[in-house]
Design a protein around this ligand. Sequence first.
Ligand SMILES: *Cc1c(COP(=O)(O)O)cnc(C)c1O
Length: 399
Amino acid sequence: MLNNFIPYSTQSIDNKDKEAVIEALFSTHLTQGQYVKSFESRIAEYIGMKYAISFNSATSALYASFKALKEYVLQEKYKDDETFKNSKNFEFAKQQKSMSIITTPISFVATTNMMLANDIMPIFADINMDGNLNINNLESLLREDTIAICSVDYAGNGVDMQAFRDFANKHNLLWISDSSHAFGATYDNKKVGSMADMSIFSFHAVKPLTTCEGGAMLSNNDFLAKIANIVCSHGIEKKSLYNHDCTMLGFNFRLNEVGASLGISQLNKLESFINKREEIATFYDSYFQDNPYCFNIKIKDNVRSTRHLYPLLLDQSLICQKESIANELGNKNIGVQVHYKPIYNFSLYQKLAKFPILRNAEDFYHAELSIPCHQNMTIEQARYIADTLIKTFATYSKK
Ligand SMILES: *Cc1c(COP(=O)(O)O)cnc(C)c1O
């Protein structure tokens, strides 16, 4: 029995982080200073994109990204872009002032809430049993007003970037990548997020690296980055020192200096964080490989997942008892969680439209259980967790 509760995920903070936080806390500026600038250039360089704009959360970054997308259409900026200049969908969306985005129901609700906040309708497509969108399900869902696809790299396992890029280009859509789980993941040796028109990362405490609360939007597109930047800070465009203009309705979504300094410090440890989670996950992979109670999700050889989550899919015989199992594991100091209830089931969404039920999304939600996997864990703890899970599953499978 473990003495301390092990959550499914948690932050990892050391003395270097503490020094970084104190340094920023006692610097001249607590906001809009050098730490934010240098954090942004570090993450832009790390992912390999031209612009990085930091935010006080990924939710804010998503809001600003969808707003930028909307302005791209309304201001006809697509006409400057060789790939998209003859897009019928952008034309239609602009004329009709109606916009939709094809996305996954297996995500944190912020992904689509921020579409709604911009008057953009989510259209949900079904997933594969690895939790990621099945790209073959997207085409039949395209509507005249569809302006983008929005993928999520579930658990830190990147989607096939080239396939999503090709699909978006073929259908004249922008591709927004909610890579909140996947900062540092790669697909075919390319950084996850680096091929989308806009990529969003979260620096919430449980995510691959943290600024306490925080997020970022990365892009190679001058216009999209500019709008996201303006929305982040009051809708104000600086012209000269005391002459500026408020050109749009903006907010204060800015990350502060202390968070940014922590982010820089955390970035230095990102590789070791990912390696540590990989070690735990690899242990689980072989442990759960062959048992009658649950399946694990294989990560393809060409993918490096951040292993933000370690999802198990319970066997049919255990699904009805998942809640009791989760409670019992909690009593044994093992924190588990379910990622995610399909978004269209939430009452906000039920009131909005009649969304079709998606088979895999439902099955995934019913079977999924995220078990502890984070950089503070030891293999001994992982072994205790795995042993306890199998014992608990065995007991429940007889009930
Ligand atoms: C965590 C998360 C968000 C929101 O991130 P915050 O930084 O907490 O706002 C958005 N999308 C996904 C997929 C997430 O996991």
